[in-house]
Every structure is written in C-alpha cells, then in structure tokens.
Design a protein around this ligand. Structure first.
Ligand code: RIB
Ligand code: CA
Length: 317
C-alpha cells in the first residue's frame, strides 16, 4: 500500500542557457514531480535575446511546447552585462544543431511573471530554481518586498567556498554578473539552498558518464552529448580534468533527490564593493562569526547517483 501520491512541487526556473542550464531544464521537464509554473530567462551566459530563445529550443527538444517562457532582465541591476561566449559559444547552446523555436515567448516581462505568480499562489507554495545571475529575483524583490514572506525557498547555483571563483580568483560567474541582486537575495530572509562550485566541481562529465547518456540512443540524448562535448572542453583544459563541471542540474537534482547531497547551514554574505573581490560569496563554513545562518550551503554530492538520476530522466524524453 503506497501513501497518497505527493502533489507535484510548484517551481519557477530562472535561467541563462547555457548548455548546463539546458541539461537542468531537460531534467526538470522530464520529471512528473515538478509543476513548472513558468521559465524566466535572464541575461548571463549570453544576452537575453539568445537566452530566451534557448529556453524555448530546449522546451521543444523535450517536446514540451506548452511551457510558459518569459524574457526577464536584459542587464544586471547596477553594472554592465558580462557574458560567457568563450565557454558556451556564440549562440549559448553551441554543440548540437537544433531548430529555431516555434513556441511563443510570453508577452509578460519575466520579473512581473515572478511577482504576479508568487502573489497569486498560496504563501509557501512556490520554489524558485535559479540557474544564472540573480537579476530577475533581485528586481522582483525590489518591486514587491512582500515576496520574501511568500516564496517557499530559493534553490540556486552560484558562489564558491574553498573552490574560489571561476570568473575571477574570488567570484563565481552567476554572482559576479550581478552582485547587488545576489546581495538582495541573501539578505531577503527567504530560505536558500546554495550549490557552490565546491559541489558542482564534483559532478564532472567524464567520458564514461557521457557515454552512458549516449547509449540511451534518443534524439534528446544525442543533443545532450553534443552540448556536453562542446561545453566541457574549456573547463577540461582549465582544470586538467576528465570532463567539466555540470553546474546547473544540481539545483533540480536536489529538489528530486536531496539525499544525494550534504551540506550545512551557514552565513553567506556577498562582496559588492571591493574591485578585487567583487562578487565573492563570503561563506562562514566554520561558524567563526555570529552572523545569521541564511543558506544551506551544499558541499558534497554522490556524483554517480546524480548522473544516474539524470540519465534515468533523460531516458523519459
Ligand atoms: O559558474 C557557473 C554558472 O555560470 C552556471 O550557471 C553556468 O551556466 C553559468 O551561468
Ligand atoms: Ca546558468
């Protein structure tokens, strides 16, 4: 006798595809345990016109053209946009050749969609999954501060602890692109689950793991393999590893199977002033201050279990 089926978790995904974002979106789209209320694109890896297009390309790859996709902010809250074509390619989704999207982009601004949805849904019902710079969330909180009492949690990829930074020696890309937005999110009081580089660098797209995905033999699997083979080359060269870190799917995987991960509640502050360390996440892992714990910082993962979860879900598309 099984218990009552759990209600699907209501989520909004905010993203800047990006091949790793794309894999995270496919993982979410394959799950029947997630009710994706909408996907909001943000400028990050590539400019907004491309990220909003890439979200729709991925939804159609997953054969889910009914998902509501919105374009959010074109630029960070208080600094010029920096992008990462060196890693993701000019399109942001280099690797596979995929058709331009036919599904519509919603007319509403992504930030307004986030605000309206959180105000409409019962308090504590909706999880925000953020895979890119936190600009849309920062702007939503600025527009409607009461959101901080209503959002269930934010599960986010960003920051670094002992791993340091990947775009400067001190800062990880998602935080560095928009430190003010990140500061607003970490000061909001909303429960946060944080996937820093320390955990994402433990889920490397090794040859064997990519081969395991390839043997699924589906069009989705082929596209994912082509994305990963393009995306991983830069980090393999940089870190001298077999495979590159598959950052963003850790956010969705935590929602689906949290016991794959471990971490601890810490205080996290964001450096927004120093030119040397702008965008650094200052994480009090060893609890040496009495600053309030504002995030569950994830430090470890069962990497094989993560890739099995991913392959099992990709096989459903
Ligand atoms: O630093 C890694 C993060 O930056 C990932 O979200 C990747 O997609 C890029 O947005
Ligand atoms: Ca991303």
């Amino acid at each position: 006798m099984t218990g009552p089926a759990e209600e699907p978790m209501k989520i909004i995904i905010d993203t800047d595809p990006g091949q790793d974002d794309a894999v995270a979106l496919l993982l979410a789209l394959a799950s029947d345990r997630l009710d994706i209320l909408g996907i909001t694109a943000v400028a990050g890896n590539v400019p907004l016109p491309l990220t909003q297009k890439n979200v729709r390309i991925v939804c159609e790859l997953a054969q889910k053209p009914g998902v509501k996709v919105f374009a959010g902010s074109r630029a960070p809250m208080n600094k010029p946009l920096i992008t990462a074509e060196y890693l993701h390619g000019k399109s942001g989704l280099d690797g596979p050749v995929l058709p331009d999207p036919q599904m519509p982009l919603q007319p509403q601004h992504g930030v307004d969609f986030i605000v309206d949805t959180i105000l409409r849904e019962p308090p504590g019902d909706v999880t925000l999954c953020t895979l890119g710079p936190l600009t849309n969330i920062g702007l939503a909180l600025q527009q409607a501060p009461q959101l901080s009492e209503r959002i269930k949690q934010i599960v986010m990829m960003g920051g670094g602890l002992f791993e340091g930074g990947n775009v400067t020696p001190a800062a990880e890309f998602n935080i560095y692109v928009d430190p003010q937005a990140a500061q607003a999110v970490f000061a909001s009081g909303i429960p946060i689950v944080m996937m820093p580089l320390d955990v994402t660098h433990k889920v490397l797209t090794t040859r064997q793991r990519v081969a395991d995905i390839a043997q699924l033999g589906t069009p989705v699997a082929r596209a994912v393999v082509e994305m990963l083979e393009f995306f991983e080359r830069y980090d393999e060269e940089k870190y001298g590893t077999d495979g590159g870190p598959l950052h963003d799917p850790t956010v969705i995987a935590w929602l689906l199977k949290p016991d794959l991960f471990s971490g601890r509640y810490c205080n996290v502050e964001i450096e927004t002033v120093s030119p040397l360390t702008e965008g650094m996440t200052v994480i009090d892992w060893w609890q040496v201050t009495d600053r309030p714990h504002n995030a569950l910082v994830i430090g470890d993962v069962d990497a094989d279990g993560f890739f099995k979860l991913l392959a099992d879900h990709l096989a459903r598309l």
